[in-house]
Design a protein. Structure first.
Length: 138
């Protein structure tokens, strides 16, 4: 499926400006890829679509998929920004609410993990400094 959308998109690029549909389908395939560079390229294509979108339905869809894309590449602040923008337009959007909660959970979990790593490194450095001071006094 990925190759079909990639081929369709690239053929349209060669002829000029790709259709919104072709760009979206290719971008969505890229965002679902297992490769981070593909995901980033998909997000860039979605951002381009979002900037050009003229109707609210398309803008809403792009906001959701941008939030998903940024979540997949672990850029949680950007993911949260797009999820919140989606919920501003459509506060009752269940997928948007679930995604926002998921992003918040990931940020808390990774923030705590990040603090633990920094704290552990600080303890290790402190221990080495203390050992150095103790050895220098002998």
């Amino acid at each position: 499926m990925f190759q079909r959308f990639e081929l369709m998109y690239n053929e349209q690029v060669m002829r000029g400006d790709p259709s919104e549909k072709a760009q979206f389908e290719y971008a969505w395939c890229l965002v679902r890829s297992k490769y981070v560079e593909d995901m980033k390229h998909g997000v860039a294509l979605l951002e381009d679509l979002f900037k050009k979108a003229s109707d609210d339905d398309s803008r809403r869809d792009y906001l959701y998929y941008l939030a998903v894309g940024y979540t997949r590449i672990k850029e949680y602040p950007d993911a949260l920004k797009y999820a919140k923008a989606l919920l501003k337009i459509e506060p009752g959007n269940v997928q948007g609410i679930q995604l926002k909660n998921y992003i918040n959970d990931k940020m808390k979990k990774e923030g705590i993990l990040g603090m633990a790593i920094v704290g552990g490194a600080a303890l290790a450095i402190g221990g080495l400094v203390g050992l150095g001071v103790a050895l220098s006094k002998k």
